[in-house]
Design a protein around this ligand. Structure first.
Ligand SMILES: *Cc1c(COP(=O)(O)O)cnc(C)c1O
Length: 395
């Protein structure tokens, strides 16, 4: 089945939908049984779609979990109240005191803070590695290294990793390999075919797609599903069926939304690449993006999220750029229908294995579903404000 068709069909088995097109919202804590045997059967089969207790999910959850597992290509997935919860849930499931974790340097900032605070306090040591590392990852693996964590492309700086090579070497040493696959979504990469054991997606972004629900998903392969599932249950992670309903609804239009985000973003990135003020574009589909060759090999497309680096600029000039836009709004997160802009000024502070030159300001864009000519005109005006501010700086 082609991916556009799969997205429409997955998770719509009649046993969950009762024949209704969208799986309905089943809200429950208590589930009622006629007999003790029935109750025991449900307890034993709660991961196979038997309703047992609300925390384990209802038909609403099972339908969506089934859909996501099929799309990602694992054998089961756990739902979490946010993307960050999926990351912490996966890491805590496979690490214990005395263990060592290899974490990519361009990781989402809250993941880094988790490693440097809570995991550190639990006696788990983290080493950050260069996102562009390939075979040399082997030199960083120790006797007590248990998990290799990837995020590709990286948050903000967008480096693309050599996922298959890193996974292969990690497996030789018995590591569990996790990937934050939020950027690709289930559409643009096949994490399990590249050797990933656990693929994590912040559904908050493109799956929900409307900036109104937080949700995380961790999908596992055969060897890792039981542990992941058990531990997510023990940690008490669960999601409301209303949120799952919205995520499942968002999922059905993912392929058309993503295609339009991608098309608009490529046009905007092309426009930016011709501006004399721009140093380079950090969009995985552009040769100027570190790891671009891995993108061409491993991904089937891009989306609306990318960054670009200016040749120079003061804080005032950058603020003049990002403030007073007509269509781009200042705000965290991404993946909704709307365009967003962010000036990121602390990159040197959230990189420890690699260097970042802070004298060249970085701006991250999420390109929404507006008309692309309106977006380009908005950016053209921003360059006007920025250049004026640079002139004023020198007065
Ligand atoms: C947003 C994001 C997350 C966290 O998702 P939340 O639902 O906001 O907790 C994790 N990883 C990446 C790459 C993200 O962009």
């Amino acid at each position: 089945m082609k991916k556009e068709t799969a997205i429409i069909n997955v998770g719509r088995d009649k046993k969950w939908t009762h024949g209704i097109v969208n799986p309905p919202i089943f809200r429950a804590s208590t589930i009622l049984f006629d007999t003790i045997d029935e109750m025991h059967f449900a307890a034993k089969n709660s991961t196979k779609g038997e309703m047992f207790y609300g925390r384990r999910g209802t038909s609403t959850h099972f339908a969506f979990q089934h859909a996501m597992t099929e799309l990602e290509g694992g054998i089961g997935c756990a739902l979490y109240p946010s993307g960050v919860a999926a990351i912490s849930g996966a890491l805590l499931s496979f690490l214990k005191a005395g263990d060592h974790l290899l974490m990519v340097d361009c990781v989402y900032e809250p993941t880094r803070i988790l490693c440097d605070s809570l995991l550190k306090n639990y006696g788990i040591e983290t080493t950050y590695y260069d996102p562009l590392i390939t075979n040399d990852i082997e030199s960083l693996i120790r006797k007590n290294t248990k998990v290799l964590f990837l995020e590709s492309p990286g948050s903000i700086t967008m480096e693309i990793q050599d996922i298959p090579t890193l996974a292969k070497i990690a497996h030789i040493h018995g590591l569990t390999v996790m990937l934050d696959n939020t950027w690709a979504s289930p559409i643009n990469s096949k994490p399990f075919e590249m050797g990933i054991d656990i693929s994590i997606v912040a559904a908050t972004k493109y799956i929900v797609g409307h900036s109104d629900v937080l949700m995380g998903i961790a999908t596992a392969n055969e060897d890792h599903w039981k542990t992941l599932c058990q531990n997510s249950y023990l940690l008490g992670y669960c999601t409301s069926p209303d949120d799952v309903y919205l995520a499942a609804r968002g999922l059905r239009t993912l392929s058309v939304r993503l295609a339009q985000h991608e098309k608009n973003a490529l046009q905007v990135a092309n426009f930016l690449s011709l501006k004399k003020e721009v140093d380079h574009i950090r969009h995985p589909a552009f040769e100027s993006c570190p790891g671009h060759a891995f993108f061409k090999r491993d991904f089937s497309g891009s989306n609306g999220l990318f960054s670009f680096v200016l040749k120079r600029g003061s804080k005032k000039a950058v603020n003049a750029f990002v403030e007073n836009m007509s269509h781009f709004k200042i705000g965290f997160s991404w993946g909704g229908f709307e365009s967003l802009i962010l000036a990121v000024t602390n990159i040197d502070k959230i990189r420890t294995a690699t260097q970042w030159d802070n004298s060249k300001p970085l701006i991250r864009l999420h390109i929404g579903l507006e008309n692309v000519e309106d977006l380009i005109a908005d950016l053209e005006n921003a360059f006007g404000r920025y250049n004026q501010a640079l002139i004023n700086d020198n007065k």
